[in-house]
Design a protein around this ligand. Structure first.
Ligand code: BES
Ligand code: MN
Ligand code: MN
Length: 454
């Protein structure tokens, strides 16, 4: 083990150089223009897996972006771990707020700045390097290893679940290890055991058949923007609860034990608010900030548009108004059920004067992962050894929909060994990744393989 660990410590510079090349590829999954870049990124991952010494490396084309699969299965009688990650990244806009171009990585204060640095290229690359360190230094792995790296996570993984269902045997494993979440604090080893799910809809409100002069018609016809704003304002009550019948019906309440363990974590609501420059936090009454983010469902308007939004003024009553609304769900809420509930609720709230259409964008199931599984314990111990601190267990508010698919289709528990930080601007301008955590991650992953084989 010592040999592997010192090899990793000595190769940090090479790892950062390689990550830089990976980050130069603008693999934005939602953008039609970047279709070829998705192929380039998949090929980059496949090449690095081959160089690492994985015996089987495949690129599977899909109706969307390719899936990279690899395996090394020469440890008979040992468990199999499947590493999952995503090489696709979010769009870069507003690009003018970046201090350096998003696909020209820059290192400053031991952090690497680029789109995808923390979510998820930097994090997934960790495991390719740990496997490489083992194979180059020892010639074999202590457990069996599979890799499943997709290019559509940020658009709801439309082609991954069908791939998993069609390849259950190929993907068979004892556990899944994912680095696509966050550390609770810098330098603090963290395992995430709960993620929220998602239900995402778009609303279209149509009033008059064309835009109208707001003086000639104003006051006499329904204004779709006014109506939409009114509908949205009715979705929460004054206590911050979501005002949809049966919305909370399947929610597993927080246990006393969980609430206590959240309270033990060092967290300042004041600093949290200060960092975001908001005068006051708000949310569902009766819950702390961590409880609200990690273990309670929420509803947020993610975008709203309609009418005249250009510079200056135009006096107009628009024909149409739109909003995108997402709900973060917690175990055991079912996104399909919730989407139906909100759809009916919005149609019920709509006045007869307008036409309202609610369409479904995408969804995902919430997850709670087992705390006592062999792989979870091995990962916690590995992080502890690498970081030199005790591992904390947390839940998080984000979503990785495929985790539920691993549980239901492969019957495999996932371990969420994230190395990002929520302050690293994932999905925002100036995304970055702490290189210290990149290196500690490679060490953690290498130690994990050893611990998991015991
Ligand atoms: N890596 C994130 C999820 C995440 C972020 C989990 C921070 C925990 C902490 C992932 O790439 C992501 O952004 N997921 C989307 C899912 C959606 C597009 C289906 C999300 O949470 O919005
Ligand atoms: Mn991610
Ligand atoms: Mn993401």
């Amino acid at each position: 083990m010592e040999k592997i660990l010192s090899y990793i410590k000595n190769n940090q510079e090479k790892y950062v150089e390689e990550l830089t090349s990976f980050l130069r590829i603008p693999s934005i999954s939602t953008s039609e223009e970047n279709k070829n870049d998705m192929q380039t990124a998949a090929k980059f991952v496949a090449d690095k897996l081959k160089i690492a010494g994985l015996k089987t490396v495949e690129i599977h084309q899909t109706a969307g972006h390719p899936i990279v699969y690899a395996e090394w299965m020469d440890a008979p009688d040992k468990p199999t771990v499947l590493f999952y990650g995503h090489y696709d990244v979010q769009p870069v806009d507003p690009v003018e707020l970046w201090h350096s171009p998003p696909f020209e990585p820059v290192i400053k204060d031991d952090k690497i700045y680029a789109r995808g640095a923390t979510d998820d290229k930097g994090q997934l690359y960790i495991h390719i390097k740990s496997v490489e360190a083992w194979l180059s230094q020892v010639g074999k792995l202590p457990v069996n290893v599979k890799f499943l790296i997709e290019g559509e996570e940020e658009i709801g993984s439309p082609n991954l679940a069908p791939f998993i269902i069609a390849n259950k045997n190929k993907l068979k494993c004892d556990s899944v290890l994912v680095s696509d979440t966050s550390l609770f604090a810098p330098g603090l080893p963290t395992i995430t055991y709960g993620l929220r799910g998602l239900s995402y809809v778009e609303i279209e409100v149509t009033g008059p058949n064309r835009d109208l002069h707001s003086g000639a018609f104003g006051g006499a016809v329904p204004n779709p923007i006014n109506v939409l704003a009114e509908i949205i304002s009715k979705l929460h009550d004054k206590n911050g609860k979501i005002n949809i019948d049966n919305f909370y019906a399947d929610v597993i309440p927080l246990t006393k034990k969980e609430r206590e363990s959240f309270k033990k974590l060092k967290f300042s609501e004041k600093n949290f608010a200060k960092n975001l420059e908001v005068a006051q936090l708000e949310g569902e009454k009766g819950y702390s900030t961590l409880e609200r983010i990690w273990a309670r469902p929420t509803l947020d308007c993610n975008g709203i548009w309609g009418g005249f939004t250009g510079k200056g003024a135009k006096t107009v009553i628009p024909s149409r108004a739109y909003a995108k609304i997402s709900m973060r769900l917690v175990a055991n809420q079912d996104p399909k059920k919730i989407t139906k509930l909100i759809k009916n609720h919005i149609l019920k709230l709509a006045p007869k004067s307008v036409k309202v259409k609610v369409s479904e964008l995408h969804g995902g199931y919430p997850v709670i992962t087992p705390l006592d599984h062999k792989a979870t314990l091995a990962a916690a111990k590995a992080m502890e050894k690498a970081f030199g601190k005790k591992t904390v267990f947390i839940r998080e508010g984000g979503s990785i929909p495929v985790i539920a698919t691993f549980a239901t289709q492969l019957k495999a528990p996932s371990v969420l060994m994230g190395l990002g930080l929520n302050t690293e601007n994932l999905h925002s301008p100036n995304e970055h990744f702490h290189l210290k955590h990149f290196n500690l991650g490679i060490l953690s992953s290498a130690i994990f393989l050893d611990e998991y084989s015991k």
